[in-house]
Write a protein that binds this ligand. Sequence first.
Ligand code: ATP
Ligand code: ZN
Length: 304
Amino acid sequence: MDKPINDKAARLKLAIQKSGRLTDHSLDLMSKCGLKYSRGKDQLICYGENMPLDVLLVRDDDIPDLVQQDVCELGIVGLNVIEEKRLAFEAKGIKPLFEQLMLLDYGKCRLSIAVPDGFEYKGPQSLAGKRIATTYPNILARYLADHSIEAEIVTLSGAVEIAPRLGRADVICDLVSTGSTLLANHLKEVETILLSQAAVIRTPVPVSEAKQDWIHRLAVRIEGVQQVKESKYIMLHAPRSRLDEIRKLLPGSESPTIIPLDGPGDKVVVHAVCRENVFWETLESLKKVGASSLLVLPVEKMLP
Ligand code: ATP
Ligand code: ZN
C-alpha cells in the first residue's frame, strides 16, 4: 500500500458558501440530490440525516484551502476563486491539490476589465502604466503577463467598483454578470479575462471506498438534477405515416417510444423525453403535421 487512505471519519464533508450568491443554489442542489439536513446551532454545519454527508458553511474564499488541506473532501465554489487560488498556490511554490470534479449551471459571471466613462480604450495596450484595482491579483497578473503589459495591480478586498472615483485606481478588474453595477458606477466593460461559473472540487487524497462510492453517487445525482431542469416529457397521438416529421420536430429528444393505439386506423402514441424546453410554437408545428392530444410534463428525476 503506497497511498494513504483517508478514513479519519466515516462522513463526507462538503464546503459551500455561508452567505452569498452561491448559498441558496448550493443548498437547493443538495436538497434536490435527496439530502435532508438539520442545521447546527452555530449555523456552521448542516448535518445530513439520510446520507453520510455534512455541509460546512464558510466564506467562499476559504473553500479551496479547506479542500486542499483535506478538511473537506468536496467543495462548491466559483471558477474565479478556484483559478485565483490555484495561481496563488503556484506563486508560492505549492502544488494545488484540489481537483475539479464537475461544472454546475449557476453562479455564471465573468471577470472583466472596466474603464471609467471618458477613458480612451484602444485595446489591452491602453492599460500600460495604469493602476488596476481588483480582488483577483493573480488572475490579473497572468493576463497582463500574457499580453506583455506592465501595469500596477492595486489589490483590494472589496468595493472595487468605486476605486476609480476614490482616486485609488485608473481602471478596475472585477466580476460582472448583468453589468448594472458597472453602469451605476459609470464604468464600461472592455475586456473579459475569465468566464466563471460554480464548480465542484474534490480532494485528490484517496478516500475510503465507502466515501468514494458516495462521491460518485452524488456526482451522478448532480448530473441528473442539472439535466432535468430543462427536460420535458412529451406525449402525443400521431398518424404512423407522419412519424418522421414528428421526430424531427421534437427538441433534443433521443429515440421516442412508439406505442400502437387501440382501434382502427394507423394512429400511434409517441412518448419522448426532450432535453430542451418545449415551447408553444413546437406544439403548434407538431399539430400541423397531424399530432393530437399533446401533453407536456415536467421531469422530476432522471438517471442515465
Ligand atoms: P464571501 O463572504 O463568501 O467571501 P463574496 O462577497 O466573495 O462572499 P459573492 O458576491 O456572494 O461573494 O459571490 C460569490 C460568487 O458568486 C463569486 O465568487 C462568483 O463566482 C459568483 N458570482 C456570480 N455573479 C456574480 C457577480 N455579478 N458578482 C460577483 N460574483 C458573482
Ligand atoms: Zn469571497
